[in-house]
Design a protein around this ligand. Sequence first.
Ligand SMILES: [Ca+2]
Length: 685
Amino acid sequence: MSAVAGTLLFSCTAHATIIHVSTSGSDQKDGSRWATAKRTIQAGINTASSGDEVWVAAGTYGERITHKSGVRLYGGFKGDEKTRDQRNFLTNISKIDGQKLGAVVTVRTGAALSTLIDGFTITNGIGASQGEVRYGGGVYALDACVTVENCVIASNNAGQGGGLYSNGEIVLKNNLFKENGSSTCVYGGGALLMFGPVAVQGNTFTSNRGTYGGALVLAYNSGEVSCNTFQANNSQVGGGIYNVGFRHPPIRQNTFKSNTGYFGAGVGCNGSNGDVTGNVFTSNSALLSGGALYLYNGATGTVSNNVITGCAGQCGFGGAIASNRANPTIVNNTMAGNTAAYGGGGVAFLEEGGGVLSSNIIAFCSSGVYGDYGTRPVLRTNSLYQNAGGNFCGVTPGPGNVLADPAFADRAAGDYRLQSISPCIDAATNADAPAVDFDGAPRPLDGDGSGDATADIGAFEAPGAVVAPDMNIGEVKSSTPDGELVGFKNVVVSASFAGLGFIYVQPADRSGGIRVDTTAAFAEGQVVNVMGHLRTVPETGERSVVPVAGSPVVVDGLSSSIIAEPVLMSHENLGGAAFGLQQGVTHSISLNNVGLLVNVWGRVTWVDTSGTSFTIWNGAVYTNAEVAVTDPDGNLGVRVKVAEGSSVPAVGYYVRLQGISSTVKNGTTSYPCVLMLGRYALLSL
Ligand SMILES: [Ca+2]
């Protein structure tokens, strides 16, 4: 048995030798176990071959290391772990302190991307010298590839890449870059990435500083920069990110908050053509222009699906975006509450720039869109609202603008999605719109139920309108069980009792009506589509629809001129007999008409003391009491429930009134009842 176990152990360790390093170790030991750990990380690396792992226990290592291709360097161990997933790099801090003598980690030239640094704090580096300039204060990867994950890179500085320098392929994931760079760092306070494909994901860059790119410089890169947070970084151009060169990787789904700079406090793009998509820019402040974004020197690319709020061009132009001698395509962004000292609290086009500005919301800004002399941007289908200094200045507004409240879901809470009543829904230009919105939802969707899928203005696409199946109300009420999904198209709101929590709808041909449970405000006469689940109201026995989200929806294109017409109804016919699953009222043999808008008339014979209902009698005398039409209390005639705001007529008055044919119960017996409409529905005869 021991021979088998020995074989297994051998086969496991043959793939990757693990070398242990601890501050209580010795470089004279072999590093094969924690008990025989080496003392320096460099000794561990020197012992390792490509594919091997070096495990480093918590503690401060005052050394500068040269990393070897393919070796995987892990920090964050307590010093007794058997497996790597037992480590906790958040509590066990493996710190490499460069002591301001050079770069803390130098990645050997020619290293492969599998070369890994994971779970370390890298600090007090001043970079490696190239001539008179130092590069890569914390991590220096010249002509090498490297993967850096779960590291804290803090308080390093260099002229080029205060925290990190790379000119090859690089993966940066889940790192914290903090307080790197300084006023002496020219490019990339946090990191300078040149030429290589990059994957920069899930990192946080906080309080880094460089002249260009407070947190990050991207120069001639491909790849992607996504899901990072850039906060309180500072530079002259590109407080968060500075892009230079003819291309930069897409900048997607990042958060830029409270970054500062002279130009482009969030992002600065110098002649680059990459996309800036789906990011949140909050409270970034440029001393001059481009609170969130500054595009210049021939920059192109697409700026889309960004939510830009509270940004400022303090002493310049473009509170959200400034485009200076550039030609970007700026589409489907939401910009709210941004300010600029001069033109374009939202967007400014400067110095003969052009480009396209389509389908953006610019609201609650110090002003809207500004173009100085010689700029020729093409504008279309933007929504501008409550921009204090005016919506358009020096630009041609273009077609299809929505100059009305965009109806944000909850601006105070930072939710810039559109309410269903927003005029921005289905008002954008499909040809310009990205295929998905800020949330990744498909675009365009048919938000107004018109049958045409049209993009919405702004970063968010509202859900598609409910497309209801087209059923017959009478058939549904008689034959469809409770709980089933039903739908009615192009039905008229015949009565609205929003205060009571329901409305009634009926088709224009008055063939049947039904209650819909909703507290939303609908006007009588509106044409709507309804979809929801059927139920039977216990108090009345009526069938009713409990709508699904988004239903009922007011149908576009049909006007409220289609007024629901009442049916004249004698007392003997009111309510009607049972019809399948729809309960009837006692003594009635007529077709069931519960839910329909009706006209009834008679003399007031009884009024309740609370003023909420009364009974009218049309004078009919019944020789057979078994067919007498009575109210639930036995009075001849039918019960009327008074509309809110209506007065109750006195006993003896003759009245005609309009309302919904409903029912009222006494025990299990149903009686006809009319739900009176508003005050004008009651007429004295
Ligand atoms: Ca839409």
